[in-house]
Write a protein that binds this ligand. Sequence first.
Ligand SMILES: *Cc1c(COP(=O)(O)O)cnc(C)c1O
Length: 382
Amino acid sequence: MKFGTKTIHAGVEPDPSTGAIMTPIFQTSTYVQRSPGDHQGYEYSRTHNPTRTALQNNLAALENGKYGLCFSSGLGAIDAIIKLLNPGDEVISTNDLYGGSYRIFTKVFQRYGIKFHFVSMEDPASIEASINENTKLIWAETPTNPMMNIVDISKIAAVAKKHGVLLAVDNTFATPFLQNPLDLGADIVMHSVTKYLAGHSDVVMGAIIVNDDDLAERLAFIQNACGATPGPQDCFLVLRGIKTLHIRMERHCQNGKTIAAFLRTHPMVDKVYWPGFEDHPNHQVAKTQMRDFGGMISFTIKGNRIEDANKVLENLHYFALAESLGGVESLCGHPATMTHASIPKEEREKVGLVDSLIRLSVGIEDADDLKEDLKQALAKIG
Ligand SMILES: *Cc1c(COP(=O)(O)O)cnc(C)c1O
């Protein structure tokens, strides 16, 4: 099956009892057994639920993986991955990453004796320099949030393999439409399903996809033992959202390109971060490991004043000022005070996350309207 067929057909089959083409929402907590232990594969919905099974299989197919596991949020999925580790273990993570990932690493798991090193992953040598005998996991995110850096998954996978360390990739920004980390050598793919996969800003969910049988078993144990599983209604909504993932992503990429080019020529705009630009420092890597460049863009305003950023954000209409990304509607955000507020200012500014930085999640509206919207909002500071 090609990608655009998998989104619609993988993991789902007409319901055997009625022929319903859409996977039913199995809104049940438990399943009746004929005699103790004699059941039909389902015992309790934290462990297994048929709507969730369909979604997990669909997600596994999209990432070219064997196993999919869904969680009640992206952070629930990250939580499960870190719980593969033991006190004393060490993790090497990108230094430019989702604020919530940074928070759970430093404020939760550090207290349990797991050590995190934050390095710039554009140079795989800096990863190798941080590896020691306690290193168990490398955590990569690409494109990074919100600076849109690209890290070379194949190169990092080679370093991970050489040292017998697991590589997990947060593939939320790229989606399986643009990039498949398992094919590039990663061991674990993680998604905030909340974003592009669900796609309609109506669900919070996370997922993990793996190929390795043992890893899948350990993660399924944690999924059931710790219990951060999504309900069947949410699984249904995501299955429905994914059916148009390929169509939505095509438009996100097209609109992203138009808006990035527009911002770049605007006199009030300073820097524009988008991996599709030929002079983006990692453009060549992006071109090889991604199928297109996506609809996430960050930019700064000349003079770097927070008041100017606020004025633009207050005056945008189609770009709604809100956390999150990846929905059909365009969103804008201010990373320094919103998504990345939990990262100390010095840490933020080291990676270019300055006060005037605005992040856009370009939706699938008409690109002309989106351009006009940005033009009028930027005019307010001119
Ligand atoms: C949103 C997000 C997460 C966290 O996912 P939730 O569903 O909000 O828990 C993790 N990584 C990235 C890149 C994200 O954008």
